[in-house]
Design a protein around this ligand. Structure first.
Ligand SMILES: [Zn+2]
Ligand SMILES: [Zn+2]
Length: 244
């Protein structure tokens, strides 16, 4: 047997074990046939869990039809150019993300990554490096992995660029953002991220990856550490929470 073919076959088989081709809809669990083309069923495709329609040109939040920028971004000092969030954090989309985060349903990283990359490709932007929103070393030890890094790895593979997990580190344990009102969220994450490798991002177009984007405070804080070194900074999350 041709050794190269053997390696490709082995890789295919391993990938099939990790990410079976014919599996269930990532949202409702119905069997679907063409998972590679679309990882959800036709019924879920009709659901209002997709972040479509008129959205803020910066933060991807849904806004009234005649607006271009949301009220929040009008006031905010921008640290990233644009956000890509293909889903809305509700109903079955929320359930799927929670499974990905807590049930260790890591196989969902690949379909989620594809949904994000479809948005990026459609916009025709060039990404050189993918970096995940880091978690504190202590959090990582407890959880065993960083789900944003798992997602960033899949995104980087699809875009065929490097994923660099330790360019930015989180050096302060913060309170869970979900428990805080907006202004406290900003304060909570300010100054807790550090840029560790300036050379790696010098003049590069960087995509920062998180699981869910709510107020954008975390993604803003990570973006801010890159300012002055990188070229364009984009951010992405599986879903946009509509809290703002
Ligand atoms: Zn479904
Ligand atoms: Zn906005």
């Amino acid at each position: 047997m041709d050794f190269k073919k053997f390696l490709i076959d082995t890789k295919e088989n391993l990938l099939n074990m990790l990410y079976p081709k014919n599996i269930k809809c990532i949202f409702c669990g119905r069997d679907i046939l063409n998972f590679d083309k679309q990882p959800y069923c036709d019924e879920c495709a009709k659901e209002k869990i997709f972040n479509v329609g008129n959205r803020c040109m910066y933060c991807d939040v849904k806004i009234p039809d005649d607006n271009i920028v949301c009220d929040f971004c009008k006031k905010r000092k921008k640290t990233f150019e644009k956000a890509y969030c293909p889903l809305i954090y509700k109903d079955d989309a929320k359930k799927a993300i929670l499974r990905f985060k807590s049930d260790n349903a890591r196989y969902l990283a690949k379909p989620f990554a594809k949904l994000i990359c479809d948005r990026i490709t459609a916009d025709n932007i060039k990404i050189d490096i993918v970096i995940p929103v880091p978690v504190h070393a202590k959090t990582r030890r407890v959880r065993g992995y960083n789900q944003s890094e798992v997602l960033a790895t899949e995104i980087a593979e699809i875009l065929n660029v490097p994923m660099l997990a330790s360019v930015v580190t989180k050096d302060k344990v913060t309170i869970d953002q979900k428990t805080l009102p907006y202004h406290d969220r900003l304060k909570n994450v300010e100054e807790c991220f550090t840029l560790r490798d300036k050379e790696a991002i010098k003049d590069k177009n960087v995509l920062i990856v998180d699981d869910v984007m709510t107020t954008g405070s975390t993604l803003n804080a990570v973006s801010r550490t890159l300012a002055g070194y990188s070229n364009h900074v984009y951010v992405s999350a599986i879903a946009r929470d509509m809290v703002e």
